[in-house]
Unconditional design. Structure first.
Ligand code: PMP
Length: 349
């Protein structure tokens, strides 16, 4: 296979460095949203980083930008090289945008069941998107395809987000320290953090930041109850929390360094995300709804006045064609019907 590079003239190294500086100011340093709520009669707070405010609308900007910048500094992403990655969406969107900004062609392999909006946004940045069906291997097939295209093409850079330690480092040097500083400005130190695991970059990086900052706080990975891959070691079923639980346990995830896995039902996550949009105007994606419910489970373990933090990974716009925009049935055991959202405050440093 060959790529037509005529559409993307090679950007000189000094121009690329200037672009990196321009991009840096548009990523990270997100506000901390402190949601006040009542759950089964108990009033409590959940602190969530507003990650949808990153340049391309998700937490994955931090990781993709850090990987691009590190690779450029180390000389492994040379001007004009093609970036090839497997992703469930947000990573593809981030690399597609940064590729456009830095003069790199981008090829994205993605399971074909991800939302139409994800595919359209990736294409809008001029990236080449290759969809992989379940029969052709789904997520693992996407990774295998990215690897073999990397072998086939010359001048390719493979970010390998599931195995790249720079993914963890991005959160260890930005998300985690920002969170610690924002909580500290309120006179708080974190007792626990919880987040849905896609690559595991967020949970591993925040855990690393806590350890470097001598913060004694538990970090819980979260997974869909419908597909408990982390708890069982293999893919179990289909679920609707796009961006998390991608069929296997990623290489950078070290469950032995983390607190117990938290599970949330995908329908409950959808109902919670809908509620945040309708009642507080916080139009977040499905994994953010899951993270808020996960934080409530952690508050139950830690004590209801504990300082528990999470992330709102992306917003609801990429899910307008999905069940997030439809009426979702309530099932016994769901938590979201018992959540009464009261108010929120925002911390910006
Ligand atoms: N939520 C969404 C919407 C995502 O796109 C991702 C990343 N795939 C995650 C959560 C999980 O983040 P991480 O890869 O850092 O584990």
């Amino acid at each position: 296979m060959t790529l037509d590079r005529s559409q993307s003239p090679v950007m000189p190294a000094d121009a690329r460095s200037r672009r990196l500086g321009g991009l840096a100011a548009l990523i990270g340093n997100t506000p901390l949203v402190t949601v006040r709520l009542r759950y089964r009669g108990r009033e409590c707070r959940v602190h969530a980083k507003a990650e949808y405010l990153n340049l391309t609308g998700s937490i994955k900007d931090r990781m993709a930008f850090h990987i691009c910048r590190t690779a450029i500094e180390q000389g492994v992403l040379a001007p004009g090289d093609t970036i090839v990655e497997a992703t469930s969406g947000n990573t593809g969107i981030a690399f597609a945008a940064f590729g456009a900004a830095l003069g790199h062609p981008v090829v994205i392999f993605m399971p074909d069941w991800m939302s139409e909006e994800r595919k359209a946004v990736i294409r809008s940045f001029g990236a080449d998107i290759r969809l992989v069906s379940r029969e052709a291997g789904g997520f693992l097939g996407s990774i295998a395809n990215a690897e073999s295209l990397g072998q086939e093409l010359g001048r390719v850079f493979l970010p390998r987000q599931f195995d790249n330690q720079a993914n963890v480092e991005a959160h260890a040097t930005t998300t985690g320290p920002e969170l610690i500083a924002q909580l500290s400005s309120q006179g708080l130190t974190p007792d626990a953090f919880v987040a849905g695991v896609g690559t595991g970059g967020t949970v591993m990086g925040v855990a690393e930041a806590f350890s470097r900052g001598h913060v004694d706080a538990r970090v819980h990975p979260l997974e869909p109850a419908e597909s408990p891959t982390l708890s069982t070691g293999h893919k179990v079923g289909r679920h609707r929390i796009q961006g998390v639980s991608d069929e296997f346990i990623p290489g950078i995830l070290r469950l032995d360094r983390l607190a117990p896995v938290i599970q949330v039902h995908d329908g409950d996550a959808i109902l919670m995300a809908q509620k945040l949009a309708r009642e507080l105007g916080l139009g977040v994606g499905i994994s953010s709804g899951a993270n808020l419910l996960g934080a409530l489970q952690v508050l139950d373990r830690e004590g209801w006045d504990a300082t528990v933090a999470t992330v709102f990974c992306d917003d609801n716009k990429k899910y307008l064609s999905t069940d997030l925009s439809r009426a979702e049935p309530v099932h016994p055991g769901f938590m979201s019907p018992d959540v009464e959202l009261l108010d929120f405050e925002t911390t910006v440093l």
